[in-house]
Every structure is written in C-alpha cells, then in structure tokens.
Design a protein. Sequence first.
Length: 382
Amino acid sequence: MKNIPKLTLLTLLLLAMTTTMSNVAIVTSLPHLKEYFTHTENIEFYSRLMLTLPSLVIALLAPILGHFIFKFGKKKSALIALFFFSLFGTAGLYLNSIESLLISRALFGLCVATLMIVSTSLVGDYFKEKERHKFMGYQSAFMAIGGVFFVTGGGMLSDINWRLPFGIYFIGLVLIPLLVVNLKEIKIEHEEEDQSLDISKNILVVYFLAFIYMLLFFILPTQIPFLIIEKFKASGSFAGVIIATAFFCNALGAIAFSKLKNKFSYLAIYLTGLLLIALGFSLVGIIDNIYFFFITSPILGFAGGVMMTNVTAWMLSKTNIKKRVKSSGYFTSALFLGQFLSPIIFHPLIDIFEIQEFFLVIGLGLFTIVFITFGVKRFIQR
C-alpha cells in the first residue's frame, strides 16, 4: 500500500462504500412506506421487495456484466454506473406508484452490480495477498462506518418524510470527479489466451458459502426494522441508531479479519462467524426490552464484518488478474441472490412463527448446523 497514492486508496474505499449504500440508506423508510401505500394489496411484501429487488437484478446480470466490464474497461464502466446510481437511486423522491418505485429499484440494482464488480476486482489488481487482507479489512470497516452515518441519517430523515432518505444517493455524482482523477486500471501485459467463460471448480464452494452467508445475514435489514418499529414501537431514528451499532461493530469485525487469517483457515473463520450469528439471532428471539438490541446488534455486526471480508478474500485468493473481473461477477451474483431470496425463503416461517420467535428458531437451527459441521470436520481429520 506504500506505493499507492492516498487519494487512490480513498477513491477505492468510497467506491466500495456505494455498494453498502445500496440498501442501508432506505432501510428505515420501509415501515413508513407501508403506511403511505396502506390501500395497496400485499404492500408488506412489496415494501420488503424494495430492498431486495435490486439484489435480484444484480444476481441475474452480474455474471454477464463481469464479461462486459472486462472488455469495456473498469473505470469507464464505474463512471457510467455512478451517474445512473444517482439517477435511479433518488427516484424515490418523486415517484408516486409502487410499480414505478420497484422499476427504479431494479434499474438501480444494475448500477450497484457494476460498481461492486469493479470495486472487488480492483482490490485484487492493486494488492497482493497479505496487503489485500489488510486493505480489505480497512475497506470493510470504511463501508461499515459509512453505513453507520447512512442508516442513522436515513432513520432521522424517514421520521420527517419517507422519501427523504432516497436523496442520499446523490453521493454518486460527487464521486465521479474522484474516479476520473485518481483511478487507473492495471493493464494486463499479455493478451489473455483463454477467453472461455469457465471458472475454476474449486471456487464454486466459495460462491455457495457466500450465498448462504448473505441469505442469513440479510434477515437483519429485511426483518429487524419491522420488529423494532412495530413490536417495540421505536421511532425510525432510534431503529437507525440500533442498526448503526451493528455497522460500527461490522467495521471492527472487518479489521479483525487480517489478524484472524494469520492463525486460522478461511473455513474456520467462516464457521466461527456462523456461530456468532446463531448466538445473535437466538438472543434477538428472547429479549423483552428494546435496549437489549444494543447487545445483539454488536454481536451480529461483528460476525457480518468478519464473514463478508473472509468470503471476499477467499474468492480473490482463488483467481488471477485475467479472470478476476469474471470471477467477481459470479461472486457478486451469489451474494445478491442470497439477498433477494432471503425474505422470500424466510417469509413463510414468519407466517408460521411470530417474528421474534422466528429469530430464535433460526438461531437454534444454526447452532445445530455449526456443531454438526465441527463434529464431522473433526471426525474426518482423525
């Protein structure tokens, strides 16, 4: 990192931050959105879909975008994506139908997919493995701290009017000049001989584990605000503070990753993170006072920071500069498929159980899976 200009490092950090913003800026608006469209059928489902529809678009198009970005260029792709990120992201300020809002969110997802692929692959280009682990910890921490400000600001703005948090997406326009001046692509010296679409088979397991991680972790933004605001009767700003606590501890988890990686394998770190998520979910399932969320949020946030940094570093360790954009496209697809499917897969369970009991059931289920996995792993190693 010593040879990379500080403004370039800052630009890489800010670019990664836009991918975090894809949902957190409006998460506290969703319960208020449900009140605004009170006469719309299935609005409870649609309000959650506002959060996850971009994820479906990203999951479907990220692999295709990866090939396009490889040919078109990372920097040019990011500049175009940032412009439309702001255009479609701020559409909630003025659109008046749930249908048009959902369409804008779908188009917004296309921009986020591009930015995430570019951001992930550039980290692989600029840094070698040990430096990469360290920078990715800082990057994830920066994203998480940004999330603290965006979710807290979004919470306060949503208490004034549900539309106002959408204005946060204007930040995409602010970042364009920084990218123009500070980002340079790492050129491949030799023409790539193998232009096939194949990816290494040993990376498929990482894609699957990234999908499972996001499937579970995205329970938080899709369900926690409803639990806090509807059952515990908190304001949007107070809910924002609770979620921001998770983001702050997410940063700590991300920073801790590089130290953990010096002692443990990627798989061991993944299982430890899963164990912490099981603990956090189980505690959410039994608390009876809103202030106890300040205990559960740090646990879940720290686990998410460790796991997200871990799976990204794991993926980058299994690819090279020639395949990095394409591999990042598939990885992005796996993550956001998990985001999109999370409320769809778990919604039937919320219908069966009360929402707080649902967290307890998922937490206990994860404990069981982790202990079985540790047991099988020990048995195989004998």
